[in-house]
Design a binder for this molecule. Structure first.
Ligand code: PNS
Length: 161
């Protein structure tokens, strides 16, 4: 039984994340998509909002659950009785930081493997930051995020204007 954790900020979830989730879910038995609480960051959406958007967008995937965590990722992986960390790679620029994180996590928890999935070409340019910027400037984000995320982003920026 392979249980994996796909950790991230998901501020907010993008179609690129969704693509990784759907593909990882066909490889592992159970996938837990875990939203990080990082007290040093100031996300646009609260932890609860980010996890709720994930829950709504992943409703049809039977072996995928959502969760949230704070502290060390490897501690959460062990707490969940999982053995795999899933991360997506978009470009060479992602590789350096992801390689470093994978090595740190391997040192902290030798029994935990990091599994990288390459993004599909159509999602290679997507990032939560650029999508937030486009939405805040009134651009069309329909192709970049699930419908529930689009609705929340439009709501959020209308409120902020
Ligand atoms: O979506 P992100 O922001 O690229 O995700 C980064 C994340 C959540 C994977 C990373 O920040 C993380 O693992 N945070 C938990 C703290 C931790 O375990 N740090 C040590 C590993 S470098």
């Amino acid at each position: 039984m392979h249980r994996a954790i796909y950790p991230g900020s998901f501020d907010p979830l993008t179609n690129g994340h969704l693509d990784i989730i759907v593909r990882a879910a066909t490889i592992v038995d159970e996938l837990i998509v875990a939203v990080v609480h990082n007290p040093n960051k100031h996300p646009l959406f609260t932890l609860e909002e980010r996890e709720a958007m994930l829950g709504e967008s992943l409703a049809g995937l039977n072996n995928v659950k959502t969760a949230h965590f704070s502290g060390l990722l490897v501690d959460f992986v062990k707490e969940m009785d999982a053995s795999i960390i899933v991360r997506g790679l978009r470009a060479v620029s992602d590789f350096e930081i992801e390689f470093q994180m994978a090595l740190v996590n391997k040192k902290l928890a030798p029994g935990v493997e990091t599994m990288f999935l390459m993004t599909t070409a159509e999602h290679a340019f997507l990032s939560s930051s650029s999508i937030k910027e486009i939405a805040s400037l009134g651009g069309d984000i329909s192709d970049f995020v699930p419908p529930v995320v689009k609705a929340r982003l439009l709501e959020r920026y209308k409120v902020k204007k």
